[in-house]
Design a protein around this ligand. Structure first.
Ligand code: F6R
Length: 610
């Protein structure tokens, strides 16, 4: 989502701010901006282009300073226009700007505050909810920025992380967070703020993770934190080694392509060097928890939700424990019937998704204290909030469309399935050995599927001319069809829907004509014959079938049926392998259509607003 960087130093901080923005740009890219304290005044540059353009603007306008803040925006309130770009200023009405502020999140009572501030003479330049915070702080400012921020945040409803500085206090930046992430980076006689430690890689590795309600006073040689109750607190300083190699594209055209091809490594790393299945892989005390639960409640959004849907098939079939999977943003607002003997599992690449975090808190509020997360970021709020966790080792995912994060989530969820089965006496030694063998072979098996890329590229050229597509799967491959359709629509902008193949005749078959490509996932499993009948229903209506079939399915290419053969059938782990060609199809179709693959329109990585 939006990205924040802030700095107080004794050197020009614009290169640090811009570098930080470049690292966060994939999170939100509707506009960007930077503001600095320069010769006693506030100066800023803002752009609706990419950070590289902002950098040229900063150079052209000779913007430099020792104190400053910067932002990349994913628009919520107000179009992606320059006047809505952060940083927002306040105080111009009185001659020159006094307050500069950037914000991630959403202020729910901004209309009420706006009316109040307009009544005392503030003139609004933007349609954002953010500008009210800048004016509110200016309005409350009595010579101490920290105090003004403290008073202002008491008036805000919603989620926010903010960084703010003041013309009259040149060596000070104040930050505050409630519901959106914010970290402090400690340096020697210089200090930094960012919405993610990644932004500060190469500048400092000394990171403090602020907690909800914290307000931080950043000066050259001082970091002072006050908690939600107004008490001064010490927060632990973590040494965080961030691998910036993720930012190198290497021989690939896009990060998404690079990340698709990284999957053998990512899945291998996620499996670590696991010798045997034990619940303790998920944290101390996991055995006791796994043994004493009645059911699982999986909460997630988007692609992570589809990982959860796949896991339900595995867990119910192997561990024989009932599983509910819910879209986090729906679960948090519906009346449900809690069971304290539920294991609540959140799945999140970023570990900061606002809806998933809120759903987790909601579940806990209903008395469900057994919580586990499958997450790609060890330092994220999700990991901190859950009793148990398993960290996927996908590495930083830059492409907005999730790829390696998904397959590593599936890998971790399969491990969870085996651990649950074992704790409940449903995994024999032979089965454990067999499943571990299959897991260890996964990186090689994924590598073999990646080799299908040239064949998939030929299909992609045809797909690029379409405006609609259907995806079919059955059983545990139905969630994979959903994921394939999501990938295609989010990066190629082709309208795509997924259905369980047996559901087609209950309505969607009406859409099938010779213009409708129908992507079909055809593994050699117990549902294959049923699936073949469903394919015939499509074929008979002139629909064009594009089938990813396991080698031994005996489905052959013919008029209107195109087949790419998967190298081998992979049993229960087949959904992981069948994901790969769908990622490649979406990727190459998007390339053929010339879209911005890594930064698809209207989207952002890490959705930290509701
Ligand atoms: C789609 C995609 C999103 C995320 C969703 C949840 O390609 O990436 O649907 O899966 O926003 O994000 P996390 O996993 O960070 O909670």
């Amino acid at each position: 989502m939006c990205g924040i960087v802030g700095a107080v130093a004794q050197r020009d901080i614009t290169p640090i701010l811009l570098q930080g923005l470049k690292r966060l740009e994939y999170r939100g890219y509707d506009s960007c901006g930077v503001a600095v304290h320069s010769d006693g005044e506030l100066r800023r540059a803002r752009s609706t282009q990419r950070v590289a353009e902002l950098e040229s603007q900063v150079q052209r306008e000779h913007l430099s300073g020792f104190t400053g803040i910067a932002h990349t925006r994913w628009a919520t309130h107000g179009a992606p226009a320059t006047h809505n770009a952060h940083p927002h200023f306040s105080g111009q009405g009185k001659g020159v700007a006094r307050i500069a502020l950037v914000h991630n999140g959403i202020i729910e009572n901004y209309e009420e505050l706006r009316t109040e501030l307009q009544a005392v003479g503030y003139v609004f330049e933007s349609q954002t909810d953010t500008e009210v915070i800048a004016h509110l702080i200016d309005h409350l400012y009595g010579g101490d920025l920290f105090e003004a921020v403290q008073q202002a945040t008491r008036r805000l409803n919603g989620a926010y992380a903010i960084a703010v500085f003041c013309r009259d206090e040149p060596h000070r930046v104040v930050g505050a967070r409630h519901g959106s992430p914010l970290v402090v980076g400690r340096g020697k006689n210089e200090n930094f703020l960012a919405s993610d430690a990644l932004a500060l890689a190469g500048t400092t590795d000394q990171i403090i993770y602020l907690e909800d309600g914290d307000i931080v006073d950043l000066q050259l040689a001082r970091v002072w934190i006050v908690d939600v109750d107004g008490h001064s607190v010490e927060r632990e300083v973590h040494t965080v080694h961030i691998h910036t190699g993720a930012a190198e594209l290497g021989p690939y055209r896009h990060y998404m392509q690079k990340e698709i091809f990284e999957q053998p490594r990512a899945v291998g790393d996620t499996l670590q060097a696991i010798e045997s299945i034990t619940p303790e892989l998920f944290g101390d005390g996991a055995y006791k928890v796994f043994k004493n639960i009645d059911n699982l409640l999986i909460l997630a959004c988007g692609t992570s939700y589809y990982a959860g849907l796949t896991a339900r098939y595995w867990i119910e079939s192997i561990a024989k424990i009932p599983v509910n999977v819910e879209i986090a943003s729906e679960y948090r607002y519906r009346d449900s019937v809690p069971n304290p003997r539920t294991l609540v599992v959140t799945i999140s690449q970023s570990g900061e998704t606002a809806d998933t975090l809120a759903a987790l808190k909601h579940a806990r509020g209903l008395g469900m204290e057994n919580t586990l997360t499958i997450c790609n970021v060890a330092t994220s709020a999700m990991v901190r909030e859950c009793k148990l966790s398993y960290i996927t080792r996908a590495g930083v995912e830059i492409g907005v469309a999730s790829t390696k994060a998904f397959t590593t989530q599936l890998t971790a969820l399969f491990l969870l399935t085996l651990a649950l089965a074992q704790a409940n006496g449903r995994l024999s030694d032979e089965e454990e050995a067999e499943q571990l063998k299959a897991l260890r072979h996964l990186p090689v098996a994924i590598g073999a599927v990646l080799a299908l890329e040239p064949q998939i590229m030929a299909w992609a050229d045809r797909f690029a001319t379409k405006e609609n597509a259907l995806f079919l799967g059955r059983g545990m491959h139905y969630p994979i069809a959903l994921e394939g359709a999501l990938k295609l629509k989010e990066i190629s902008y082709i309208h795509a829907e997924a259905y369980p193949a047996g559901e087609l005749k209950h309505g969607p078959l009406a859409l099938v004509t010779e213009h409708m490509p129908v992507v079909t996932i055809a593994p050699r499993d117990g549902l294959l014959e049923k699936l073949k009948s469903n394919m015939q229903e499509v074929h008979a209506r002139g629909g064009e079938l594009y089938v990813f079939a396991d080698a031994d399915t005996k489905i052959g290419s013919s008029d209107g049926i195109h087949v790419i053969r998967m190298p081998e059938h992979y049993g229960k782990l087949s959904p992981i392998l069948h994901t790969i060609p769908l990622q490649l199809l979406a990727y190459h179709t998007a390339c053929a259509r010339g879209t911005d693959v890594d930064k698809p329109r209207n989207l952002a990585k890490s959705v930290t607003v509701e």
